[in-house]
Design a protein around this ligand. Sequence first.
Ligand SMILES: *Cc1c(COP(=O)(O)O)cnc(C)c1O
Length: 416
Amino acid sequence: MKTLPFDLNDVKRWTKDVPTPFYIYDEEGIRKCVNDLNAAFAWNKGFKEYFAVKALPNPSIIRLLKSLGCGTDCASVTEVLLAQKCGIDGHNIMFSSNETSRAEYRAALDAGAIINLDDVTHIEFLEQMGPLPDTFCCRYNPGKFNITNDIMGHLYDSKFGMTLEQLKEAFAILKSKGVKHFGIHSMIASCSLDEEYYPRLAEELFRLALEIREELDINVEFIDLSGGIGIPYLPNERAVDIFAIGEGVRQVYERMIKPAGIEIKLFTEMGRYITGPYGYLVTTAIHYKHIYKEYIGVDASCCDLMRPAMYGAYHHLTVLGKENEPFVGKFDVVGSLCENNDKFAIDRPLPKVDLGDILVLHDAGAHGHAMGYNYNGKLRCAELMMHKDHSTTMIRRAESIEDYFATLDVDPAFGK
Ligand SMILES: *Cc1c(COP(=O)(O)O)cnc(C)c1O
């Protein structure tokens, strides 16, 4: 059963100041999640979570995560600037980008970030921009690798990372150019609920690190297991036990790395796992429509949360205050876009929904607001942080019509 950390009275209080739709994030939930993650990997000296900024690029969230010891994983100029504005700099930024532009590398280099190289050809690209930093991470794409059922598509079709040969070549070139510190990164699963995923990925990367030590006389100082740990979107799914995952990785470390008499720092770049379950999209039922099917129209649209439209993703839905009422039928819960995929739920069993009822979409804290967009002239909604005492802080206001028109100031009708 999916539950909420707030109730109808809370929402009624909040909506006096902030109209729906809006996102709300549970500060205590995120705090506990990160503390548990850090505890699960406390056995590894140097363990660090680099939060994948793309999942929830809000400075209040980033500052909260920083206070809990996290760095950030960034992939663009704006993500780097956002991290820096939150006081995160240097090696506390992992820069894991792909098809990176010069401007993006410039921002990462200026910040002193760890560059996580996506391809061997990028070494030359970077050299044209100035001296190479003394630390590099290289992204590995193992091609064929059946360690979990939650693989991100077929790895031969994945545009990310280097082949084994290219990765070794990159390490050799970097070493010859005076680079001193090395790491390996790999991300080959998405939303994995398999507790064996990290241990088996770690095993593969530890093996690779030992091979590189042997063949190239390079000490791989850190291994970045990246993101990919999943959350239970469906009510019948079970959350992973992060302590079991940490322990699983520890056992592989003890078996493979300890006997070599070396130490390797472990990094993660989780996004979804850190904030996904602790974010909610709050919306109001504004219409009821009966044609060939039954529709409940809400004031949010897939411009606010595109995962159902984009991936057919399931997001659990609670009709606030009616948690214990019986289902009266199956409904499509839809937004207002002129697109027939603007549906938060299809054939969802729900209690009787009255106009004005508050509907809460669960598990929207990662890749939710972040993926928002302006199609049909929709304006992105506000984000709130819910504190321990259920008071809230607005951590991003809703977009205004002025915001929407701001880039049209090149047009005389809109110019200042
Ligand atoms: C998206 C991404 C992540 C975060 O993935 P989650 O599935 O949200 O944990 C981490 N690292 C890189 C390089 C990514 O692209």
